[in-house]
Design a protein around this ligand. Structure first.
Ligand code: GAL
Length: 355
């Protein structure tokens, strides 16, 4: 039977009354209904970067659903540069987008982009990563990021349960990304009681600027230089970081001998998992999140009510939030999760040699 992760998002008209209406009379006052009666809705999509393979999936799934709805999408990619991302947003505003979906490089810096859009009467959705410090943000759609961290740490703890006083290295995400702190929060919930009880040691940890694999590799190199090869696991917060970690392990002849986690079910990570050089990842059903974002963007642009069941504090306001569920993936459940969902094919995962 096909495995499907149900979105926890309950949206729109089905659950009116359970959440917050996002129709904002003040905004529609500036732009009437956002999109003209006959005109196509134009969704602006401002992306941080598309180095990581997951972001290509986000992009194509969002475009596909928007086109099904009769909308168009205009895309800008900031290449991890905050000044460029603000320019991108200004350019999308000038193009006359009806709604903006933003994946921020820096969640705090992009508050300015949200404020610029609000001044132009354009509603905004923060996608995957939270934009903090503004009360003008209309909506946040994401996965359960704290749970991602819990699943990564729980995997390592369980896999190391027969090792006395195991030692691990931790690769944290980019400090500019609020998600990196949520992943750490979930990891800490599982790890810190063990660390405090003297039952597990984090021998080395560091943040990986811009989520770059080469930074992850340098951190693992530094850990090995400082502490030697006698450790048991690397808690990589995402597969893009596991890429760098696995290169460092390979160079040291440690491939397959040190446990390695990840996130995103990137193809190369799934290949490593079935080959035994990575042990776990977290599968996030990206097409479903992107589809939901496109639908919500369309509804915001056409002033239809949107209702979501949760909200999150972004240090300035409670932002309505739609959240999707995730699952921990190892070699054991690869077939019934990633493959069954069509995220990657069995052939791609099992027949191609990982880099
Ligand atoms: C996070 C995202 C992860 C991962 C990472 C690096 O914000 O939630 O799925 O892709 O960025 O790009």
């Amino acid at each position: 039977m096909k495995y499907r992760i149900g979105l926890l998002i309950t949206c729109l008209l089905l659950c009116v009354g359970l959440g917050l209406s996002l129709s904002k009379p003040g905004k529609s006052g500036e732009r009437t209904t956002g999109a003209s009666e006959e005109g196509k809705v134009l969704i602006g999509f401002s992306m941080d970067e598309i180095r990581g393979p997951r972001w290509h999936k986000d992009q194509s799934a969002l475009i596909a659903r928007a086109e099904e709805l009769g909308a168009e999408v205009s895309i800008q990619v900031a290449n991890s540069n905050d000044a460029k991302q603000i320019q991108d947003i200004q350019s999308l505003i000038t193009q006359g987008v009806d709604v903006l979906v933003i994946i921020p490089h820096d969640g705090a810096a992009m508050a300015k982009g949200v404020e610029l859009a609000a001044e132009a009467g354009i509603p905004t959705i923060s996608y995957d990563r939270l934009i903090t410090g503004t009360d003008k943000l209309d909506l946040y759609v994401t996965f359960d990021n704290v749970k991602v961290g819990r699943l990564q740490a729980a995997y390592l703890v369980e896999a190391l349960k027969n090792v006395p006083n195991p030692k691990i290295v931790r690769l944290l995400g980019s400090k500019s990304d609020n998600n990196a702190f949520l992943f750490k929060k979930g990891q800490d919930e599982i790890l810190m009681p063990l660390v405090e009880a003297g039952k597990l040691e984090i021998i080395h940890e560091d943040w990986c600027e811009n989520w770059e694999g080469r930074n992850a590799k340098m951190i693992v190199n530094a850990a090995i230089t400082k502490h030697g090869k006698e450790f048991h696991g690397i808690l990589a917060s995402a597969d893009v970081l596991a890429n760098g970690a696995s290169k460092a392990l390979e160079e040291e002849g440690l491939s397959g001998r040190i446990l390695l986690t990840g996130q995103d079910a990137d193809l190369v990570a799934c290949q490593r998992i079935v080959q035994g050089t990575q042990n776990q990842t977290v599968y996030k059903p990206i097409p479903e999140l992107a589809k939901m974002a496109a639908e919500m963007a369309y509804n915001l642009a056409t002033a239809k009510p949107i209702v979501v069941p949760e909200s999150i504090d972004n240090n300035m306001a409670e932002i309505p939030m739609g959240m999707a569920d995730i699952v921990s993936v190892t070699a054991e459940n690869m077939m019934e999760t990633v493959v069954a969902d069509g995220f990657h094919s069995q052939e791609e995962i099992y027949k191609v040699t990982a880099n």
